[in-house]
Design a protein around this ligand. Structure first.
Ligand code: ADP
Ligand code: MG
Length: 602
């Protein structure tokens, strides 16, 4: 199997010894499949070694043909070489088959283990980790990076060993049978290698520039398609077209320079490589003329040299691929070394926490880790007695959702404390702590799967009766029943499209099934029309019964009846009280908001 050719001349990283040592940890994942790996390598080495008998046999065949056999004692006829060649091919084929199967086992099973380990770490990272990266970067750890390793273990490492075996045996045989000619031949290699290195460096520099320009052009396309409505609305098609055209011009200019260098490179390589080969050839022919060498030996010498040359050329590509795989292991090891936010194993029943639901937020200040200079919460104090319902009102961007994030321990307060049933929430086991919560957000994203699975997400393994009961309480059962597949209706990206209100009610059913002590509603009804809002609100009221609830709502009508409303402005509580107390405050912010929404009779 030939090594996969690199499609583009992407810059190749140098492999340093430390990189190499660091990347060896990946063999930890290969360990369980070590014998397959080792046997595969042995089979491969044997088949490569057997293959190296071919040029020698071919040379001897030529010697036999002109009646000057080197080994007359064997009494071989030309026709016998057919069998020898057949045997060589047979060994190649059989060994290649087993090697491929063995390496596939190692790489498939080993890399599935790596994927599992990486995913295990990733899903247990805290919020700030996910904010650092774009989603695409994280998935590429699990896809592109691990695929690089997979091809390293299924093909590249094996090929690398094969080329080394070929080089060592090939050069050994040549030195033994034609020492003088071999030395001359080998002396030309360093010249070619050094030249190739110098040119390679130049080529890579231009290649990098070209790559950068291509990336720039692609960014333009990405941006335009992502912000398509904006482009259209501003009628800027022509402007974007010109921008793209300019970028393409740059690419062409650099690519042509690149081609020029490659052309020159090619001329030099031809001159030196073939110059060397022709020189050695002529020397060989002279040796034959003087009777210092047999024709058959020159014949095998040429084949050996070609095979060795190909092996050396192949090593360059393999090097690049191995460098790529080492880069991938580095990124993977970075993830595997990280600490995890939540526990490794599922929470045992005995360690579950059952809160009463008394929440006290005390003088909490907070800045997001990514923007430490902006203080989002500036001394928030809120007390929610167990079973009480409170609401957070205020302009968007004032910090309401941030308070919920802190409650869920997505982040830690910069200063101040949050207590649950009198104990600082930091002291609880994170998994056990979070199991007391359910959240219904504004935009419910359902998982690709059935409605049943989406509801049961609140309580994995839930019985159908429970799921249906939850759906009924969430005002969702009626519309679910109307689907031909009922609970088995597939939703999500590739399934049935549900309306915002329907998704909301699925999320509520999920929360009901979870039976949380504390319920967080973050603008759960804000994007709904009046009819679905009524259905959702009804479901929410049922859901909130007997639980501590914190509600963020834009429409004040939905929070009129809560025990206490906190008005948040720019990270601070500026007013608090019941609906009636707040609208009774002259010049109050809540009063102003309410008068906009209710047209208060004065
Ligand atoms: N993940 C984040 N990283 C940095 N800043 C954020 C993040 N989330 C929200 N913010 C900022 O924090 C402030 C409060 O946001 P948020 O709590 O979502 O407001 P609200 O829910 O009241 O509309 C805003 O200025 C917002 O830009
Ligand atoms: Mg918000």
């Amino acid at each position: 199997m030939a090594a996969k050719r690199r499609t583009s001349l992407e810059p190749v990283k140098k492999i340093t010894l430390t990189d190499l040592k660091k990347s060896l940890f990946i063999f930890r994942f290969i360990k369980p499949y070590m014998w397959q790996f080792v046997v595969g390598m042995i089979l491969l080495s044997i088949s490569s070694a057997v293959f190296m008998a071919f040029p020698g046999a071919a040379g001897e065949m030529a010697n036999v043909a002109i009646k000057k056999p080197k080994y007359p004692q064997l009494g071989l006829r030309v026709i016998d070489f057919g069998w020898i060649f057949f045997a060589i091919v047979l060994v190649q084929g059989v060994f290649a088959y087993f090697k491929t199967i063995l390496f596939a086992q190692v790489s498939e099973k080993g890399m599935a283990d790596v994927r599992r380990a990486v995913f295990h770490k990733m899903v247990r990272q805290d919020m700030s980790y996910f904010e650092q990266f774009r989603v695409g970067e994280l998935t590429s750890r699990l896809t592109a990076d691990i695929e690089k390793l997979q091809s390293a273990f299924s093909v590249t490492l094996g090929e690398f060993v094969r080329q080394i075996v070929i080089l060592v045996i090939g050069i050994g045989i040549l030195m033994y049978f034609a020492p003088k000619l071999s030395l001359i031949m080998l002396a030309t290699f360093p010249v070619v290698v050094i030249l190739a290195m110098i040119f390679g460096r130049m080529l890579r520099k231009v290649a990098r520039k070209r790559q950068k320009k291509i990336a720039e052009a692609n960014t333009i396309v990405d941006e335009v398609f992502q912000a398509f409505t904006t482009v259209k609305a501003y009628a800027n098609e022509y402007y974007e077209e010109m921008r793209y055209a300019h970028s393409l011009q740059d690419i062409v200019r650099i690519s042509l320079r690149f081609a020029h260098y490659r052309g020159v490179f090619f001329i030099f390589m031809m001159l030196f490589l073939f110059g060397g080969i022709f020189f050695v050839l002529i020397l060989g022919a002279l040796f034959v003329e003087r009777g210092q060498m047999q024709v058959g030996d020159l014949f095998s010498f040429i084949i050996y040299t070609t095979i060795i040359g190909t092996a050396i050329a192949g090593l360059g590509n393999l090097y690049a691929e191995i460098a790529g795989a080492i880069g991938a292991t580095e990124r993977i090891s970075e993830i595997l070394r990280r600490d995890m936010e939540v526990r490794e194993t599922p929470l045992p029943e005995s360690e579950k926490l059952h809160f009463k639901g008394h929440i006290r937020i005390e003088d909490v200040h907070f800045s997001y880790p990514r923007r430490p200079e902006v203080e989002v919460l500036k001394g928030i104090t809120i007390d929610v007695p167990a079973g009480a319902k409170i609401a957070l009102a205020g302009q968007s961007g004032s910090g309401k959702s941030t308070i919920m994030s802190l409650l869920l321990r997505f982040y830690e307060p910069t200063s101040g404390h949050i207590y649950m049933d009198g104990r600082d929430i930091k002291e609880y086991d994170l998994t056990a702590y979070r199991q007391n919560f359910a959240i219904v957000p504004q935009d419910v994203v359902l998982f690709g799967g059935t409605i049943r699975e989406n509801i049961a997400y609140g309580k994995p393994g839930a019985h159908d009766d429970e799921i249906i009961e939850a759906a009924k309480q969430a005002n969702a059962w009626r519309f679910i029943q109307q689907f031909p597949d009922g609970l088995d209706t597939v939703v999500g990206d590739r399934g049935t499209r549900l309306s915002g209100g329907q998704r909301q009610r699925i999320a509520i059913a999920r929360a009901i099934l979870r039976n949380p002590t504390i319920l967080l509603l973050d603008e759960a009804t804000s994007s709904l029309d009046a009819e679905s809002e009524r259905l959702v609100q009804e479901a929410l009221d049922r859901l909130m019964e007997g639980r501590t609830a914190i509600i963020i709502a834009h429409r004040l009508s939905t929070i009129k009846n809560v025990d206490k409303i906190y008005v948040i402005d720019n990270g601070k509580v500026i007013e608090s009280g019941t609906h009636n107390e707040l609208i009774g405050m002259p010049n109050g912010t809540y009063r102003a908001l309410a008068s906009l929404q209710f047209s208060l009779a004065e």
